[in-house]
Design a protein around this ligand. Structure first.
Ligand code: SAM
Ligand code: SF4
Length: 327
């Protein structure tokens, strides 16, 4: 069995996100409650062998081209470099999203294991605000992590900032300067209704149009032709790098979405906002062969909807938060 993972709208899926843990050493207010969430027991998490098997099958049979490791916080999982090593053998575009807190210690090992690209999440450059937002006083460690990631040769390093009105929207230009000075690509992300506290409100979203308005007052921007990336991109006119905006709420990119997801506890999801998932772990542990596993993917992708309906009356918020799904 070989082919492509195509849904009923003709979208071909080649981008896989694998969450490897739902644990985290941070408690970002837009993602987790202050007391944390109940972590999945160890035995419920897919093992590295199981992840390697699924990823290999998706690459060999369905032409998956890129894999991003995420979580929870992926760096809290023991022996992460071992998993990177296994996935690097698949020769895909292998990347990871991290909060960066321990990156200064891990970056070199991960690079040597075969990780190609790193995205670091950072929402404030001000120590007190950072501590409030993440409920951890770790700004310096994250900044060190970004520097180390650049020094060991990750290129590009991307910094993801979730922009929330009245909370950190006054730092958009500080992030622009941070990116330009440190040679990293900053991507501004619209706040999504996937926070565990359910405090999301459309009025807290700073839309793409407003983000661009602020930045273009300070710097000339040239649009970059859109590819399958969720980010709309612009280059600075003076050549000092680029920015991206992930406008999930105000300008959804569902039409070109080629992403599929695997949660840490082995559920397959065809959309971040999906209300249904598919139990891959049970199938694997019941001894399913590759054809049976492939069928789960084929049918799961066929079921994919046209797009999320955030902001419309029909939108239903998924019961899981971003950290449980794998952002
Ligand atoms: N712990 C890692 C990190 O923070 O980079 C990886 C997992 S985290 C869930 C992945 C991404 O989701 C981060 O960039 C984070 O900022 C983003 N995120 C979490 N909750 C969000 C929300 N409600 N709206 C928008 N982005 C969110
Ligand atoms: Fe942890 Fe990432 Fe969620 Fe922050 S955004 S609480 S770092 S999983």
């Amino acid at each position: 069995m070989k082919g492509q993972l195509v849904d009923t709208y003709g979208r071909v899926h080649k981008d896989l996100r694998i969450s490897i843990t739902d644990r985290c050493n941070f408690r970002c207010s837009y993602c987790m409650p202050e007391d944390g969430l109940e972590w999945s027991p160890r035995e419920d998490l897919l093992t590295f062998e199981e992840i390697e098997r699924i990823a290999g099958l998706l690459v060999d049979r369905f032409g998956v081209e890129s894999i991003r490791i995420t979580g929870g916080e992926p760096t809290v999982r023991a022996n992460l470099a071992d998993l990177i090593n296994r996935l690097a053998k698949l020769r895909v575009d292998l990347s990871m999203t991290t909060n960066g807190a321990t990156l200064s210690l891990a970056a070199n090992r991960l690079k040597e294991a075969g990780l190609k690209r790193i995205n670091v999440s950072l929402d404030s450059l001000r120590r007190e605000r950072f501590a409030q937002l993440t409920r951890r006083d770790n700004l310096n460690q994250v900044l060190e992590g970004i520097t180390t990631a650049t020094d060991v040769g990750f290129d590009p390093v991307k910094v993801n900032m979730v922009v929330m009105k009245g909370i950190n929207d006054d730092e958009v230009l500080d992030f622009v300067e941070f990116g330009r000075t440190n040679g990293v690509i900053v991507r501004f992300i619209e706040f999504m209704p996937l926070d565990a506290d359910e405090a999301w409100d459309e009025r807290k979203v700073m839309p793409l149009s407003e983000i661009l308005e602020v930045i273009s007052k300070a710097h000339g921007l040239i649009p970059v032709e859109r590819d399958n990336s969720p980010a709309a991109r612009w280059k600075y006119e003076d050549g000092a790098g680029e920015i991206g905006v992930i406008a999930t709420v105000s300008d959804a990119f569902c039409d070109s979405c080629d992403r599929i997801r695997l949660t840490a506890d082995g559920k397959f999801r065809n959309c971040l906002f999906a209300l249904k998932d598919y139990d891959l772990r049970e199938l694997l542990r019941d001894g399913a062969d590759d054809d049976q596993i492939s069928n789960l993917f084929i049918n799961g992708v066929k079921d994919k909807w046209e797009g999320h309906k955030i902001g419309k009356s029909v939108f239903i918020r998924p019961s899981k938060s971003m950290s449980q799904i794998g952002g």
